[in-house]
Design a binder for this molecule. Structure first.
Ligand SMILES: Nc1ncnc2c1ncn2[C@@H]1O[C@H](COP(=O)(O)OP(=O)(O)OP(=O)(O)O)[C@@H](O)[C@H]1O
Ligand SMILES: [Mg+2]
Length: 362
């Protein structure tokens, strides 16, 4: 497989096993299948995407045609694969599943396309990781429902046109910015998934508990939701650990105390920060006075690879305003000091007076 190294996220490379990682781990995808909503109505939250997508599908159904191609973008674990499956289900059509890394040659894509029937939904996960020649073939297939299959090499090569029945492509990506413009433009609808509010996550935890046969009392669900970093996958994972604890250490019922005790055991704190997240802001504040400090130095201080700090801990810390990336290095925000229960020294960056530093886009 000719996957470029820089295409692999550091999290995959380092294979960080963490309760709060947004990526699916090990055989988690099999467990998740049981918890996926099957219809748009069952989807919790994402009201805008749900309404927009619902309209696209309803109109296509009324016209008796395959819906426009759909691109779903957003961070891991927010429901892209779930929505792709729902699209096929709502259209009562079969779903064919592939992924960018699996399509290394244009021929791989031609083989998939030639097996499609009218109205089928083709789901290409991680579509930003497809090879360039396959991508170019896909442009044509999406627009004209035909592709040129090249047989042979060099001067003797011939292109054989291949008609494809109208189908719907559903692409998913965590990195919409990496998609070439021509590909992005060929999607009739793009849904951007957002992180979930705590209320919605609580509903998801309750729904999952019902499906898993877990008895939940009082504030247990809210406690799990508030530590799940806005991500249903993490909420479901924390629920499974809390269920274990309830079974082994309590009477099987998930209560607020059981949820708290479990999450304390696994070092997931009240705002969803894990051991590494806390180590990073702790080093930043206590050892480097709030920064600015280079990420490599910060990584050494917490005993991790630079990539792990950058790709695993920082996105969450930046998004939640605990850490800022500046041209001169990383700096702690007032929220970071507060979260550690420390008083920020006067004159430290981002705390008291002065212009805020220019921030890099994360
Ligand atoms: N809106 C939702 N309501 C209920 N459960 C959800 C919702 N969104 C996601 N989930 C649950 O979260 C888990 C992860 O969702 P999914 O696999 O669709 O994420 P993804 O965006 O495809 O992630 P990745 O980028 O890693 O492929 C699934 O088990 C699914 O049941
Ligand atoms: Mg997915």
């Amino acid at each position: 497989m000719s996957v470029h190294e820089d295409d692999l996220s550091a999290a995959e490379e380092a294979h960080v096993v963490s309760l709060t990682a947004a990526e699916a781990e090990g055989d988690e995808r099999a467990v998740e299948a049981a918890l996926r909503p099957r219809t748009l109505d069952e989807v919790v939250g994402q009201t805008r995407v749900r309404a927009q997508l619902g309209l696209v599908l309803e109109a296509a159904r009324a016209r008796g045609r395959a819906p426009d191609h759909v691109l779903l973008s957003g961070p891991p674990g927010l429901g892209k694969t779930t929505l792709a499956m729902i699209i096929a289900h709502e259209m009562s059509t079969p779903l064919r599943i592939s992924s960018g890394p699996a399509i290394t040659h244009a021929g791989d894509l031609a083989a998939i396309l030639s097996g499609m029937n009218e109205g089928d939904v083709l789901f290409i996960d991680e579509i930003h990781r497809m090879s360039r020649p396959a991508e170019e073939m896909l442009y044509m297939a999406m627009e004209d429902f035909r592709v040129d299959v090249v047989i042979g090499k060099g001067p003797g090569a011939t292109a054989i046109p291949l008609e494809i029945p109208p189908f719907t492509l559903v692409g998913a990506t965590t990195r919409a910015g990496l998609l070439p413009g021509p590909l992005r433009d060929r999607f009739g609808y793009t849904g951007h998934l957002e992180f979930y509010e705590a209320d919605d996550l609580e509903l998801i935890v309750r729904r999952s508990a019902g499906l898993l046969g877990v008895e939940l009392h009082g504030e247990g669900a809210a406690e799990i939701a508030s530590r799940s970093r806005g991500t249903p996958r993490i909420a479901n994972r924390l629920l499974r650990r809390v269920r274990d604890y309830a079974q082994v250490r309590a009477d099987g019922v998930v209560t607020l105390d059981v949820a708290r005790a479990t999450l304390e055991l696994y070092e997931v704190d009240t705002l969803g920060l894990d051991r590494l997240d806390r180590a990073v802001i702790d080093a930043l504040c206590r050892r480097f006075g709030g920064g600015p400090v280079g990420v490599s130095t910060l990584a050494v201080a917490v005993g991790e690879e630079r990539e792990t700090v950058e790709e695993v801990a920082e996105p969450f810390l930046v998004r939640n305003g605990f850490l800022a990336r500046t041209p001169r290095g990383r700096i702690a925000t007032p929220a970071a000091w507060r979260h550690l229960g420390l008083a920020a020294p006067a004159g430290s960056p981002l705390v008291g007076g002065g212009d805020p530093p220019a921030l890099f886009e994360s």
